[in-house]
Design a protein around this ligand. Structure first.
Ligand SMILES: [Mg+2]
Length: 487
């Protein structure tokens, strides 16, 4: 990356030796309105049929669309869903699907409203038995089911505190089966089969302009690779659908079923070697990777040896595109030295404000390229939420005088000025805007962010992208900032 005197730090794709892509929700844009409903319906049905849960969860996802949002943390024992700031303050919370008041949050989590597991979560981004977080479009619909199960359990004697362990185990077990990433079963799980049988309903083809841009990368002699955790047969079908029958020509090498983030974390390459795959099962273990091939499993250490070999460089510069903070962006930043482009659809649904140099905002050019329709109405409704507010920021309304009402604070002895989640009781003219947990992670770990990968093809190949490492980090958003941003 290059720095300038005014604190701006730039990256230019021409400066990279290798460019890699995640598949799901990155190179392959899903039609989230249909896809979310598909996941939700299967999940609710399987819990009712296999585990005997209340049929009321079978109502369509549309009924709960305002609860559905990316980035919440489920504090499992409490049965609470939390929206966190980048410092671990609980910005908003619900018990099951019921929004909690400011006082209720303080009663449960203390006057400062700091969530006790925040630092562990921020550092490791691991899921555990105490909490689960929802940061990708595969499991977001399951969160909505979880909230309803908390509500329904609370109607029974003993409530959620008597049943949380059983319910969350059932959920985890059934959800895993839905997407079972177990490679060696005879057929794909039903959700994935539906996607590959009816792709027009669930995914979008790459535009001719994007395909041209992708081919251009290989034309510039960069090593271009696909690195996905999806099962090999599913990934091949999907890539063929979005790119066409010549999909293999777009990549120097294809890595499927990579089981990220583990792929990046493996210290001893012999722990998880690469294998060949013959359309049904894995065959021989591979000691040396070759261009033009497709492999499964493996690890970043061994893959870096391949990149060194083909680029002839000791430290090839790698740029990787991904949509998952947990599986793509965070491990690239913490376990490797790869730069990353974070694909974040929330940027688009929360309204883009063009950058001053508004390259890439073209929507209706005379040559017919770059015309994009943007998210559908229902997709927008699923990704946006009145209950939870922006994915990027939240407003805290700080009382002007420090006298707390009972509603403001249950701990009136505290001298700390408290933010308030109930704007009606405070001065709404003086809100403090805070970044969310996910914005904090993005600033720290991603290089730039774009709403969808096809925006990349609007920029000239030698474009200097300002990055999140600039003194004004918000310039790392391209082609524009989401409307809700904070310093
Ligand atoms: Mg993905």
């Amino acid at each position: 990356m290059n720095s300038s005197e005014n604190g701006s730090v730039f990256m230019n794709i021409q400066g990279f030796d290798c460019v890699g892509f995640d598949l799901d929700h990155t190179l392959c844009k899903y039609k989230l309105d249909n896809f979310f409903s598909l996941v939700y319906d299967y999940f609710a049905k399987t819990l009712v049929e296999n585990k005997g849960y209340d049929k009321r969860i079978l109502q369509p996802l549309k009924t709960h669309k305002d609860f559905c949002v990316k980035g919440l943390v489920w504090d499992i024992r409490h049965g609470d869903f939390l929206k966190l700031s980048d410092a671990g303050v609980i910005l908003r919370a619900s018990h099951g699907s019921r929004l909690l008041s400011y006082a209720e949050i303080q009663q449960k989590y203390g006057a400062e409203r700091l969530w006790q597991h925040f630092h562990c979560l921020e550092e490791t981004l691991e899921q555990c038995e105490l909490y689960r977080y929802y940061e990708n479009y595969f499991d977001m619909p399951s969160m909505v089911v979880g909230a309803q199960l908390v509500d329904l359990e609370e109607e029974k004697p003993g409530g959620w505190s008597a049943s949380w362990e059983r319910v969350t185990n059932d959920m985890l077990q059934e959800f895993r089966k839905l997407f079972s990433s177990h490679l060696y079963q005879e057929k794909l799980p039903a959700i994935l089969t539906d996607c590959t049988k009816h792709p027009t309903q669930y995914v979008e083809r790459c535009s001719p302009h994007l395909k041209e841009w992708l081919k251009g990368l290989r034309g510039e002699r960069k090593v271009v690779f696909l690195l996905t955790s999806s099962q090999s047969d599913f990934a091949s079908d999907l890539t063929e659908y979005i790119l066409g029958a010549d999909w293999k020509d777009y990549f120097d090498i294809n890595l499927h079923y990579a089981r990220k983030p583990g792929f990046f974390k493996i210290k001893d390459p012999s722990e998880r070697p690469f294998f060949k795959f013959d359309d049904v099962e894995k065959t021989e273990e591979v000691t040396e990777l070759e261009t033009g091939q497709c492999y499964i499993e493996g690890n970043a250490k061994k893959f870096n040896e391949y990149l060194q070999k083909v680029t002839g460089k000791q430290q090839p510069k790698v740029l990787y595109f991904g949509d998952s903070m947990r599986s793509d962006i965070h491990p690239c930043s913490t376990h490797g030295k790869w730069q990353t482009v974070f694909v974040l659809e929330e940027m688009e649904v929360e309204e883009l404000v063009p950058n001053e140099t508004s390259v890439g905002m073209a929507t209706d050019q005379s040559d017919g390229r770059n015309t994009r329709t943007g998210p559908s109405k229902l997709e927008r409704e699923f990704l946006l939420s009145n209950q939870w507010g922006s994915f990027f920021t939240d407003e805290l309304h700080v009382p002007i005088n420090s006298k707390h009402t009972e509603e403001d604070s249950v701990d009136s002895t505290s001298s700390v000025t408290k933010p308030c989640s109930n704007p009606s009781s405070v001065d709404s003219a003086n809100p403090t805007v805070l970044n969310t947990f996910w914005t904090g992670l993005m600033k720290k770990h991603a290089t730039i962010a774009v709403p969808r990968i096809d925006y990349m093809s609007d920029f000239p190949t030698d474009y200097n992208f300002e990055t999140f490492k600039s003194s004004d980090w918000r310039k790392g958003y391209h082609p524009g900032k989401p409307k809700n941003t904070a310093p």
